[in-house]
Design a binder for this molecule. Structure first.
Ligand SMILES: [Zn+2]
Length: 300
């Protein structure tokens, strides 16, 4: 099913790359067929041809929505179904801890982030395409999670008036040099990653800088904000010899937002509440960084 959900994600993200504003359909939203039989159509309406027929209790993944129609996918089916004859099920309903996480209140921005207005921020979703990145104990692909985080973050930053550039908007392989291609335009460059190691006990989040003077203030602001909000172990701010930092001429940071190699942490970092919380924390950290910069400039 992994390849299906990856495909679903890629199609969703391709469709949404111009405007990712579909709050009612989370990526990979699973649904179940409630009617005895349900037609799959080639387009979002009754006038489109029937391409398949589903039976009751079939599980599918929604990757787009138009009006009353869902674009769904399973291992051998892609097409549109009438929403009324389906019901949504909790994301990753096989994981009980995940359901608990979803009942938690959604973390929202606590304050006005006015210092983000007009800033150009590049968000780099780590890995992609043939480069899956880390693979979690339950099968999470790092490349999928980094993109999910990047898209949520993009949405939040844009709402505050920032100009956001994503290095990738769907499941695509990029050379490292392609990731830094537009970095000269950036007021801040953030590379998003999730961690993995052979020691399944290791947990926590860490942030990396390369150029002390250029990157540390940004790294520090984001790290502090993440530590203040996320219930993850603080593994510190570190020097990291990463291409996307080293070859960057603008303030940049690389963040490792938890370990996919620890089963509990993998479940937690996959949860909607965690994704909401960390993206808000990154936005707040960025805002704080720009605010401090402005203060320093006025004191000169
Ligand atoms: Zn990575």
């Amino acid at each position: 099913m992994k390849s299906v959900s990856v495909l679903a994600a890629s199609i969703l993200l391709l469709l949404c790359s111009s405007s990712f504003e579909r709050p009612n359909v989370p990526v990979h939203q699973p649904i179940i067929v409630t009617a005895d039989s349900l037609h799959v159509r080639s387009g979002p309406g009754r006038s489109f041809s029937i391409t398949n027929k589903l039976t009751k209790n079939t599980r599918l993944s929604v990757s787009d929505r138009q009006g009353d129609w869902y674009y769904v996918e399973s291992s051998d089916i892609q097409g549109w179904v009438f929403k009324k004859f389906t019901k949504t099920v909790a994301l990753r309903s096989v994981q009980p801890s995940m359901q608990v996480a979803q009942r938690e209140p959604v973390y929202t921005l606590s304050k006005s982030l006015r210092h983000l207005k007009g800033k150009t921020i590049i968000i780099d979703a780590g890995h992609g395409g043939k480069d899956k990145g880390a693979i979690g104990t339950q099968g999470t692909y790092e490349k999928d999670l980094t993109l999910r985080t990047a898209l949520i973050l993009q949405n939040k930053l844009q709402k505050e008036g920032a100009h956001v550039i994503l290095t990738r908007t769907h499941d695509e392989y990029l050379l490292l040099s392609q990731r830094t291609l537009q970095s000269t335009k950036a007021d801040a460059f953030i590379s998003i990653h999730y961690n993995s190691t052979n020691n399944s006990q290791l947990t926590g989040l860490m942030t990396y800088y390369y150029h002390q003077h250029q990157d540390s203030p940004l790294t520090h602001s984001i790290h502090q904000s993440l530590i203040n909000h996320a219930k993850l172990k603080d593994k510190g701010e570190r020097f990291g010899n990463y291409y996307v930092l080293r070859e960057n001429t603008r303030p940049s940071t690389l963040i490792e937002l938890g370990f996919l190699s620890n089963e509990r942490e993998e479940t937690y970092i996959n949860s909607i509440s965690y994704q909401q919380m960390i993206t808000s924390a990154i936005a707040e950290g960025l805002n704080h960084y720009f605010q401090s910069k402005e203060k320093t400039q006025t004191h000169l």
